[in-house]
Design a protein around this ligand. Structure first.
Ligand SMILES: [Fe+2]
Length: 316
């Protein structure tokens, strides 16, 4: 066989025949690729997009009529990017999803290699995320971490439905391959221990107090942590009413969620008006302009640590 192939290459009478022989032997001519493998600037494959809480909340309520948490691992709505061919990722490396757990309902415990966090939108006292055997209160505006391989489940012991937004680096794990998932033996990890000051919780009241005490006025930002997730950096920004904040094109992807307030964003040629509970994505290499209509607090989830780690963090 090898001899036949060697003879074939030696006897190739044209470059077209050479390409046929190369193809048949699992090789491609690097000088004649169907598409270039290197290009001068990041491609804008993922597109700016916006999801409204005013639409997703009734959608979750409707799902609540049909889908129980006994059936679904999670009752959540995936915010997939409208980029061609994508049905899962919100940005290339991250996914965001709205989730609802009804009053007196649990979402069973599990653990997975993707890192996750959630921003609480609407809950009443008695809604908890159970992380590693401790109940962490879910108060609107709070950010809760469940890093790589931490057991976590949700227990809504309040008298109302609980709504929040999840963020995971699962699309990055899909790209790289190291996916592991394990259900908790027996379902929900039951516990009576409440840990209000868990390091996995960033209460909004404390974050807001830090932002409000900063001087001078203008755009103010804090990074949440420690602890830090390895793949995603979390920032909360306070935007002053009437202010404009411009961010130049950068390699990192950002998913925003509005904790409080309202305004507009202009992402290259796309514009949207956002308010409390909304999510929007500014993919890699898109210029972003904020115009706050009211004093606003916005969470940004960014894959900046990945870009930093590999020295791929660049701004135009
Ligand atoms: Fe999970």
């Amino acid at each position: 066989m090898e001899q036949v192939r060697e003879a074939g290459f030696a006897g190739a009478e044209s470059i077209e025949r050479l390409y046929e022989l190369l193809h048949a032997t699992g090789m491609g001519p690097g000088w004649n690729k169907p598409e270039p493998s290197l290009w001068p600037l990041p491609k804008r494959t993922f597109v700016p997009a916006h999801w409204q809480y005013s639409l997703s909340r009734p959608a979750m309520d409707a799902a609540g009529r049909f889908v129980g948490t006994e059936l679904a691992e999670r009752r959540n709505l995936i915010l997939f990017n409208p980029a061609a061919g994508d049905r899962y990722a919100t940005a290339r490396t991250m996914v965001a999803a709205y989730q609802m757990v009804k009053a007196n309902e649990t979402a069973r415990s599990h653990r997975h290699s993707p890192n996750a966090l959630r921003l609480v939108v609407d809950t009443r006292p008695g809604a908890y995320t159970v992380v590693e055997g401790k109940k962490i209160p879910m108060v609107p505006g709070d950010v809760l971490l469940t890093p790589n391989w931490c057991w976590h489940g949700h227990s809504n012991e309040s008298d109302g439905n609980a709504y929040w937004i999840d963020f995971l680096d699962a699309p990055l794990v899909h790209l790289l391959g190291p996916m592991f998932f394990e259900p908790f033996p027996g379902g929900m990890e039951r516990t009576e221990e409440v840990d209000e000051s868990s390091p996995m919780r960033f209460p909004f009241a404390a974050v807001r107090a830090r932002l409000d005490s900063m001087t001078p006025p203008g755009s103010k930002q804090v990074r949440l942590g420690p602890p830090y997730l390895d793949s995603m950096a979390l920032f909360v920004t306070r935007l002053e009413s009437g202010s404009t904040v411009v961010t130049e094109r950068a390699t990192d992807n950002s998913i925003f969620a509005v904790i409080e307030g309202g305004g507009r964003s202009i992402v290259e040629e796309t514009e949207f008006e956002w308010r409390r509970g909304d999510v929007f994505v500014v993919p890699s290499w898109h210029k972003h302009t904020f115009r706050a209509a009211q004093t606003s607090y916005v969470l940004r989830v960014s894959d900046e640590p990945v870009m930093e780690k590999f020295n791929w963090r660049r701004q135009e």
